[in-house]
Design a protein around this ligand. Structure first.
Ligand code: AVI
Length: 323
């Protein structure tokens, strides 16, 4: 939803979220704000950085285990509906889809996204590289897409949620997200979810604090975005990117830290924010997991963990959970 101001259009959801989060005692910004055009571009760069192991790990998992993945999800029915939440560019999913088609599996692929643009790019890519793929994009919110699918289906549903995106929820929100999916599943349906696992803390910290400073740019882009979209006057020089990892909880947090006492005006939303010296804005959580955490999450949602698929070094897991 957008509205006209005298000078430019501002998005209500951005304006409301920013105003609410920055005027709290504990300042924060929602992590979905990262992904404007520049944020999307920087995230692509992050995925290609040497320190950001997650993408290659999941790529390896799919290359190595595509056959076993197909065996599990096609074990007890004549076919399946493969629903993907947040498919992105589809590079990793393509490995699975190509294999499934090659094996003559009976299935259809339904990527779900609220962006029509993302879906049409994805459809174009898949139709070119896998002409025999039965692809039907769904341009809806995740849960209403599941409702629509439930209205008319014979075969089980397999919900794919990859990339470690579950880690970007606060832990209780992650649980409620999985609960909400599970509530819409029928016995025999499955979820395949990507989890970044606990590992050497130094390695995790480097993934969010790379030598080239790309993650720093990714985080700073939030402030640029507020300067552009909300007519704010953040001086980027006066903020510092700071990621932390707590091995006790497995939580990576990213902060933007105000390096001095300062005041920032966000003119488009008529808001003034005061920063104390070294006060932080919490911008992202990237949770790391272990098997106990995953087991508990599945159990609480009424799901059973069927299989962990790991990369060679056990840095990342794609986990099959069954209702
Ligand atoms: C999208 N998500 C899984 C990424 C992550 O690792 O939490 C986002 C990201 N933030 C900084 N680097 C990558």
């Amino acid at each position: 939803m957008t509205t006209n101001t005298t000078e430019k259009k501002i998005s209500f959801s951005v304006a409301e979220a920013v105003k609410e989060r920055l005027t709290q005692k504990e300042k924060s910004l929602p992590s979905w704000l990262f992904y404007d055009a520049e944020g999307d571009r920087l995230f692509q760069e992050i995925m290609n950085m040497p320190e950001y192991y997650l993408t290659n790990c999941e790529y390896d998992i799919f290359q190595k285990h595509k056959d076993d993945i197909l065996s599990i999800i096609s074990a007890d029915a004549a076919g399946f509906n493969l629903i993907e939440f947040g498919a992105g560019d589809g590079m990793k999913t393509e490995i699975l889809l190509k294999h499934f088609v090659k094996q003559n599996a009976t299935f259809n692929y339904k990527p779900v996204d609220i962006s029509e643009n993302v879906l049409s790019l994805l459809q174009e890519r898949m139709q070119k590289s896998i002409p025999d793929l039965d692809i039907k994009p769904i341009n809806k919110e995740y849960f209403s897409a599941l409702d629509t699918l439930n209205e008319d289906r014979k075969n089980p549903m397999v919900v794919l949620f990859m990339g470690g995106n579950i880690g970007n929820f606060e832990i209780e929100d992650a649980q409620s997200f999985v609960n909400q999916i599970a509530n819409k599943l029928r016995p025999g349906d499955r979820i395949i979810m990507g989890f970044d696992m606990k590992k050497d803390p130094e390695m995790i910290r480097s993934a969010y604090n790379d030598a080239q400073g790309i993650t720093r740019q990714f985080n700073m882009n939030l402030l640029t975005r507020l300067n552009n979209e909300l007519d704010a006057d953040f001086d980027l020089e006066q903020f510092k990117h700071y990621p932390s990892y707590d091995p006790q909880t497995g939580t990576t947090k990213s902060f933007l830290i105000s390096q001095k006492k300062q005041t920032v005006e966000l003119k488009a939303i008529d808001t003034t924010i005061h920063f104390k010296a070294w006060e932080h804005i919490h911008v992202e959580v990237s949770q790391k997991f272990d098997e106990d955490m995953i087991e508990n999450m599945a159990k609480e949602a009424g799901l059973t963990v069927e299989k962990y698929f790991y990369d060679e070094k056990k840095y990342f897991a794609d986990v099959v959970m069954r209702k």
